[in-house]
Structure formats: structure tokens, C-alpha cells
Design a binder for this molecule. Structure first.
Ligand SMILES: *[C@@H]1O[C@H](CO)[C@@H](O)[C@H](O)[C@H]1NC(C)=O
Ligand SMILES: *[C@@H]1O[C@H](CO)[C@@H](O)[C@H](O)[C@H]1NC(C)=O
Ligand SMILES: *[C@@H]1O[C@H](CO)[C@@H](O)[C@H](O)[C@H]1NC(C)=O
Length: 183
């Protein structure tokens, strides 16, 4: 009995999300792509950087948790809009000069491909009026970009940015979990 009630609830919530959003990509592919780019980003980790300097750079940027708090209360469509922006801003950042980051170019290219595809597919699910970019979110990525410039695109600054992007990508995974079938 309980399981039957549960089934109905799951069905309703899945159906509810799907009907208000109608985004097939969220049903299966999102999770797969999310795992793939997080995996690639993990491969790009650099544990040989100077942690004293890491801490210094860390103080220059604060993760915009409050923006995620706001986004978590937004509509399904606005959550997607927010997610697409995070993906696009992350990809743009990783295209900057990373010659000091000791990443394999193939890994970076794969990462960019997977993130970009995710962004394009999600974007195609967003209907209706033109959505404005979140200015505060944009500014927080802009600050990361400034850090890179100030630190001359050093290996240390890249490791920090990499961690920050990892955190962003994990947060959008959380943010959109309510839009996906339970699993
Ligand atoms: C990072 O450090 C761990 C041990 O702390 C080591 O096993 C791993 O191979 C290191 N990774 C790289 C890429 O150097
Ligand atoms: C790490 O960076 C700090 C500050 O830039 C510097 O004083 C220190 O010598 C560095 N340590 C190593 C092991 O490079
Ligand atoms: C990229 O950054 C490195 C220093 O990290 C610098 O030596 C190199 O000239 C830069 N390349 C470009 C194209 O700006």
C-alpha cells in the first residue's frame, strides 16, 4: 500500500515537473553529462600547488552561495536559466590562458565539449520570453577572471578556479535535481 502511494507520488512529481518544463534532456542525459564533466574536472586537479598561495587567492573570492539559495526558490524554468548561465560562464573561464595549469589539452577540450553540449541542450528547453542573465552571478565569474589576471594565470590561481568551478557544477546538479526523475 505504502509503496503504491509512493509510486503515485513519484509519478505525479515526475509528471508535474515534466509537464511544466517539458525537457527530455533532464530525464536521462543531464546526470550522465554532469558526471562526465565533473570527472574530467577531477582529472585536472593539481595537488602540487603552493597551499600558502592558494589560501591567499582564496581570500580574494567568495563563493556566491546566496545566489544558489535564491535560485533554489525559483521556478523550474528559471533554475534552468541559472544553470545554463553557470555552464556558459564556466566554459568561458576555462578557455582563458591555461598554459601554466599543466592540463592535458585533450581533457580540457573534452570538458568544454561536454559542458557546452549540456548548456545547449538545456537552453533548448527554455521557452517563453528572453531571459536576462543574472548580473550578480556574472560578476562573481568576472571576479574569478580578475584573479586569474592578477595572478598571471599561475598554476595556483588555476587550481583555485578549478575548485570553484567544480563547486558551481556540483551546486547546479543539486539545484536541478528536483527537475529530474527521482533515482
Ligand atoms: C595527488 O596526491 C595524491 C596523494 O596525496 C597522489 O596519490 C596523486 O597521484 C596525486 N595526483 C597528482 C596528479 O599528482
Ligand atoms: C609558497 O608561497 C609563499 C607566498 O607566495 C612563499 O612565501 C613560499 O616560499 C612558497 N613555498 C614554496 C614551497 O614554494
Ligand atoms: C599565457 O600565460 C603565460 C604565463 O602563465 C605567459 O607566459 C604566456 O605568454 C601567456 N600566453 C598568452 C597567449 O597570453
Amino acid at each position: 500500500m505504502l509503496s503504491r502511494v509512493l509510486c503515485v507520488c513519484v509519478f505525479l512529481s515526475v509528471f508535474g515537473a515534466a509537464s511544466s518544463l517539458s525537457c527530455r534532456w533532464m530525464d536521462g542525459k543531464f546526470r550522465q553529462f554532469s558526471e562526465e564533466y565533473l570527472d574530467l574536472l577531477n582529472k585536472m586537479a593539481n595537488n602540487g600547488t603552493n597551499s600558502t598561495e592558494d589560501a591567499e587567492v582564496m581570500q580574494m573570492v567568495a563563493f556566491p552561495s546566496e545566489l544558489y539559495m535564491q535560485a533554489s526558490k525559483a521556478t523550474a524554468e528559471d533554475k534552468l536559466v541559472f544553470t545554463v548561465q553557470v555552464l556558459e560562464e564556466s566554459a568561458a573561464l576555462l578557455k582563458k590562458n591555461h598554459s601554466s595549469a599543466s592540463w592535458e589539452e585533450k581533457t580540457v577540450d573534452n570538458f568544454l565539449n561536454v559542458v557546452t553540449r549540456q548548456a545547449v541542450e538545456l537552453h533548448s528547453c527554455i521557452r517563453g520570453h528572453v531571459h536576462k542573465k543574472n548580473k550578480k552571478l556574472h560578476m562573481s565569474f568576472k571576479r574569478l577572471s580578475h584573479v586569474l589576471e592578477q595572478k598571471d594565470h599561475s598554476a595556483e590561481s588555476w587550481e583555485l578556479i578549478r575548485k570553484d568551478i567544480e563547486r558551481h557544477l556540483m551546486r547546479v546538479d543539486q539545484l536541478t535535481s528536483s527537475l529530474r526523475p527521482a533515482n
